[in-house]
Design a protein around this ligand. Structure first.
Ligand SMILES: NC(=O)c1ccc[n+]([C@@H]2O[C@H](COP(=O)([O-])OP(=O)(O)OC[C@H]3O[C@@H](n4cnc5c(N)ncnc54)[C@H](OP(=O)(O)O)[C@@H]3O)[C@@H](O)[C@H]2O)c1
Length: 221
């Protein structure tokens, strides 16, 4: 059995992925890095509370065979564009770099639909930049997941996201062919697809659009 490291375990996708990793026979140890204790007790779980602004101080904790990253801020919850970029780019890249230095060989990242370093939109531009940097690291495997709008039960309400979820739910049947990738996707399906990819023989740098994530989740169930 091998070890895994999960960043973003307290989030919507990360929470589902944590549950899946803990019940997977593939992993003997599931490490998490959090900024507040989650209060979960499990024989396989090794939770570390860290200061993400000084992740290098906890470098010995940023170690595993497979690294899963579900970290993310939102442009509305972050206090500034710099704050958003810090979480969605800097923290992700620093975690990838430290884990690589500690021998990690595979990195699984949740990005977003439309990610493009040349995007005129700040959110998709930052996502594109983080994808590009992760793809350049010498991991044996780098899987990048680009979900559409994600649905699921959140502790806190996000009005803008709820409007997006409601709109896409209504449109869902009309989104066919290449437009299928815009369909709403559940956080649980994104997490299942990430574990499915980790359990498969995927190699190199792979980018999975939202409709492919959906198919992988269906295969996993
Ligand atoms: N939601 C969507 O519709 C959607 C669509 C496409 C792509 N995505 C992307 O998918 C990924 C996962 O989304 P999600 O909806 O599961 O996210 P989420 O529920 O908001 O969770 C985000 C995670 O990042 C952590 N985080 C946020 N700010 C942080 C900070 N300043 N320092 C340390 N940790 C911080 C959170 O920790 P705390 O609990 O400590 O805050 C949480 O674990 C993100 O990269 C997001 O951009 C989301």
């Amino acid at each position: 059995m091998i070890s895994s490291l999960l960043l973003g375990s307290s989030g919507l996708v990360g929470g589902h992925l944590l549950r899946l990793l803990l019940s997977s026979d593939r992993y003997g140890e599931v490490r998490t890095l959090v900024r507040k204790p989650m209060g979960i007790v499990h024989a396989k779980l090794r939770e570390s509370v860290v200061d993400f602004d000084h992740l290098e101080d906890a470098a010995d904790k940023v170690t595993a065979d497979d690294v899963f990253c579900c970290l993310g801020s939102t442009t509305s919850s972050a206090s500034s564009k710099e704050e958003f970029r810090k979480v969605d780019y800097t923290y992700v890249v620093e975690a990838a770099s430290l884990s690589l230095g500690n021998g990690a060989s595979r990195f699984f990242l949740v990005s977003a639909i439309g990610a493009n370093p040349r995007s005129p939109f700040f959110y998709t531009r930052v996502k594109g930049e983080v994808e590009r940097t992760i793809a350049q690291f010498p991991f044996q495997v780098a899987c990048i997941f680009r979900p559409s709008v994600i649905s699921g039960e959140r502790k806190n309400r996000r009005l803008r996201e709820q409007i997006g979820v409601a709109g896409l739910r209504a449109l869902s049947v009309a989104l066919v062919g290449p437009a299928k990738k815009f369909r709403l996707i559940t956080a649980e399906d994104v997490a299942s697809a990430m574990l499915f990819a980790a359990e498969s023989n995927v190699t190199g740098v792979r980018i999975f659009e939202s409709d492919e994530i959906q198919k992988m989740a269906a295969l996993a169930s």
